[in-house]
Write a protein that binds this ligand. Structure first.
Ligand code: FAD
Ligand code: FES
Length: 279
């Protein structure tokens, strides 16, 4: 069911990236609370409907999405003001499983706008007093998002590593290299205690998958595919050869499933459903 919500707050994260806040609970008796990793289909009247990860949420129903301007609909979302209305369907898809065992060490690894669902996961981990590490990568310093937010976290529980392709902030290099460097002196026992949650460019996710497979590390990746329906009807987000749907079976897949998805790291579908190489 699609519901209409009012934009209540807007934050400029960096050039071309904004966070929009709205309330999912107000005047909605069928309200379902989302979980970190889930997404919503966001409809801009007269433009289009697109999938967006939930980047923040609280018990009062206040919800955030963080939007990167890449095309028609995301541009229209960027141009909305406080008081404007959008349509929201969801929460949709599966979610990140937070371990019940608090001695597990969670590693959140994101690239670019892929940090959106990990930002909410990180605030849940802080709320639950879990120890975790964040590795955030971007092309240049101006594209790193949520840094101000992370600085407010209790540093006794959290550790942050930043990297940029050009070295303009943090380590020069890509997030998977930072991860590999971080774990290079870990013992077998320490490696088996890690859980990696990741989201971002699929090339990065594939490299993280290879590292985790090599070291037998528990690994989850949130995948993106072009979506039309968001609820298992159109087939645009099918992953071959298992026929899994990113919108219904995902967007989060674990290492054992990813091993069997031949499309992972290689192919996506365009708006006609034709398979094309990943960009
Ligand atoms: C589960 C999920 C969660 C997402 N979460 C976020 C988020 O939190 N923030 C955010 O900014 N974006 C997110 N995206 C990507 C976002 O949905 C697309 O950027 C958006 O649909 C583009 O629409 P557009 O009309 O602006 O661009 P279009 O004009 O339709 O296309 C512009 C470019 O974006 C590509 N594109 C279009 N749709 C997608 C898509 N679904 N996935 C990847 N590339 C696409 C096109 O191939 C084209 O190259 C998510 C996608 C999925 C599947
Ligand atoms: S988006 Fe239509 S089946 Fe997944």
């Amino acid at each position: 069911m699609i519901r209409t919500v009012k934009i209540e707050r807007v934050i400029n994260e960096c050039k071309g990236v904004k966070t929009l806040f709205f309330n999912l609970k107000k005047e909605n008796k069928d309200y379902i609370a989302p979980k970190p990793g889930q997404f919503v289909m966001v409809w801009v009247p007269g433009v289009d409907e697109v999938p967006m990860s939930i980047s923040g949420y609280d018990d009062n129903g206040n919800c955030a999405i963080t939007v990167k301007d890449v095309g028609e609909c995301t541009n229209a979302l960027q141009n909305l003001n406080i008081g404007d209305y959008i349509g929201v369907r969801g929460p949709l898809g599966n979610h990140f499983q937070i371990p019940t065992n608090k001695s597990k060490k969670c590693l959140l690894i994101g690239g670019g706008i892929g940090m959106a669902p990990l930002k909410w996961l990180s605030s849940e981990l802080i709320r639950m007093n879990y120890n975790f590490i964040v590795i955030e990568g971007a092309k240049i310093n101006k594209e790193l998002i949520f840094i101000d937010n992370f600085q407010l976290y209790n540093q006794a529980f959290s550790e942050f590593h930043f990297c940029t392709d050009d070295g303009s902030y943090g380590v020069k290099g890509i997030a998977s290299d930072v991860f590999e460097d971080l774990i290079k002196n870990y013992t077998k026992e320490e490696l088996s205690n890690l859980i990696v949650y990741s989201c971002g460019p699929e090339i990065m996710l594939y490299r993280l998958f290879q590292i985790c497979e090599k070291h037998s590390i528990e690994f989850y990746a949130s995948l993106e595919r072009i979506m039309r329906c968001g609820c298992g009807l159109c087939g645009l987000c099918t992953l071959d050869p298992l026929g899994l749907l990113v919108c219904k079976d995902g967007p989060i897949f674990g290492l054992e499933t990813l091993k069997k998805i031949k499309d992972f790291g290689k192919y996506q579908r365009d708006f006609t459903g034709k398979k094309i190489d990943l960009e």
